[in-house]
Design a protein around this ligand. Structure first.
Ligand SMILES: [Zn+2]
Ligand SMILES: [Zn+2]
Length: 368
């Protein structure tokens, strides 16, 4: 069990210490490190209380780990980071000046998302995994780097996606369709948006699997040997921008309302994490209606029969229509995850980001 594991105290202290230090830096430099959109999600008082809990947790757990002689190097990292956070002002830190800025990092988004995802998913996965995997399994450092990058650069991603899609969407005018979409009730607009977005996503996803140049980017996502809530973060930066633009474009062209698009963005963020989570609950018929963990886990199976199956991320119906639906009826899970030829993807976020540009392999070299 997780709580009894020798790494639980030092690793939790280290996580809380490092996040507390980052939080104090966010208070000092809010203009550079936090973005306006994310700041709107929480109050200063909430952030201070969370910081206080983080600091106390880092000191108590780190000291306990140290006294019990449990991985003192990791515990010390937590204690040193928490001490630095206190020396820089701790929970009483003054808030730095914020002026309007066209671009800032999303360090606050990284802290909140990592903390709450870990709080929700780690206990769930420890109790409900179809096959037990350690929290700190192979490749977790790489995936934390991906998680960090995709959260800290959230505003840059949004800007690139918005600029690239608005220009194209403006040039494609389908006024008749826009009127029909605008006249639909909110819930119907949302359901249609999910379907349209998933058709666009699944079509591009199939191209990622079938076109060598695109597969070199997408292979990074499939290189995880263990799947959990964190593994889904492993996506090449160029793939993130390509996919988000491709999915947003039809939503803009068809004239879905801003609230529908925003609700869709929240859904896709949630479902992408849940689909990779190592949670083995049997959902029965619901597995045929919604993309749930077992469905997407089979997409990641290191098995030639599943190499181009289950592209949808919301609705299995989309795969049924595309002829790419495949889910074992017996409720079984894949034996193994990863690309078919393990040697084709290097380890580490830097090598993985350079890989598509160094590609000399042909399609058969990846899948034959
Ligand atoms: Zn894929
Ligand atoms: Zn995936």
């Amino acid at each position: 069990m997780l709580i009894r594991h020798r790494l639980f105290l030092p690793a939790t202290s280290c996580l809380l210490g490092v996040l507390s230090l980052l939080a104090v830096l966010c208070f000092h430099f809010p203009q550079a490190l936090t973005s306006q959109e994310i700041r709107a999600l929480y109050t200063t008082e909430f952030a201070r209380s969370l910081l206080m809990i983080g600091l106390v947790g880092a000191f108590v757990l780190g000291t306990a780990a140290f006294l019990r002689d449990q991985n003192r190097r990791v515990a010390l990292t937590g204690l040193v980071a928490a001490t630095a956070a206190v020396l820089l002002g701790g929970a009483d830190v003054q808030v730095g000046a914020v002026e309007a800025t066209p671009y800032s990092l999303g360090v606050d988004w990284f802290i909140l998302s990592l903390l709450f995802s870990a709080l929700v998913f780690i206990p769930l996965e420890q109790h409900l995994a179809p096959r037990q995997t350690p929290v700190l399994r192979a490749g977790w450092r790489t995936d934390v780097c991906y998680f960090f990058l995709s959260h800290v650069l959230i505003q840059l991603i949004l800007i690139v996606v918005t600029v690239s899609t608005s220009a194209v969407a403006g040039a494609i005018a389908v006024p008749g369709v826009k009127d029909v979409v605008a006249s639909m009730p909110g819930w119907a607009q949302f359901l249609l948006a999910v379907f349209v977005a998933d058709v666009a996503q699944a079509t591009l996803h199939r191209a990622y699997h079938r076109i060598t140049t695109l597969w070199r980017f997408h292979a990074v996502h499939h290189s995880s040997r263990d799947l959990d809530w964190l593994a889904g973060s492993r996506v090449h930066f160029i793939e993130t921008v390509m996919t988000r633009s491709t999915v947003l474009l039809p939503l803009l062209v068809l004239g879905f309302s801003t609230s529908t698009v925003n609700a869709y963005v929240i859904l896709v963020g949630l479902q992408a994490v849940v689909a990779h989570a190592n949670i083995g609950i049997r959902f029965g018929w619901l597995e045929y209606v919604l993309v749930l963990p077992r469905y997407h886990h089979w997409h990641h199976a290191r098995h030639v029969d599943y190499w181009d199956r289950n592209y949808a991320i919301h609705l299995p119906l989309v795969d049924m229509l595309m002829g790419s639906f495949k889910l074992p009826r017996d409720g079984s899970w894949p034996e193994e995850y990863g690309v078919l030829k393990l040697e084709t993807v290097p380890e580490g976020i830097v090598a993985q980001h350079l890989m598509p540009f160094r590609g000399t392999r042909e399609y058969e070299d990846y899948v034959a």
